[in-house]
Design a protein around this ligand. Structure first.
Ligand SMILES: [Zn+2]
Ligand SMILES: [Zn+2]
Length: 124
């Protein structure tokens, strides 16, 4: 776990109406996730799979409006947040570090290797 300011949020706001999650970081960076993008990043075992088995999100499901509707956001142990979705799904603990690492802003996207490259590296 890194304690660098880049991975330390100073505020996390879930805008339920707009379907947005806004995060301010200690280094001054600002991250904004659309709810659907956040749902697609769900790191839980059900969505991501475990023990080599594919998860639900690996089946490229079409997400319903219920599944991408944010109803709440819980802080988990000071290192992660757990969004609560309208379909009742709340087992995804999004660590701050990974929320920052996946920041969808143009600046961070440009600085990141493409996901294709990442996948290729992992399968080596
Ligand atoms: Zn999940
Ligand atoms: Zn960013």
């Amino acid at each position: 776990m890194s304690h660098s300011p880049a991975n330390r949020p100073t505020s996390i706001n879930a805008h339920r109406q707009e379907g947005l999650v806004a995060i301010d970081w200690a280094d001054g960076h600002h991250t904004q996730y659309e709810a659907e993008a956040l749902r697609l990043l769900c790191p839980c075992a059900f969505c991501r799979g475990e023990a080599g088995r594919p998860g639900w999100l690996d089946t490229n499901p079409t997400l319903t409006s219920i599944q991408t509707q944010l109803v709440d956001m819980k802080l988990v142990g000071g290192y992660a947040v757990a969004p609560v979705w309208a379909d009742g799904h709340d087992t995804g603990y999004y660590e701050f570090e990974s929320l920052r690492a996946n920041c969808p802003c143009p600046e961070c996207t440009a600085a990141r290797p493409s996901s294709i490259n990442v996948a290729a590296k992992e399968s080596e």
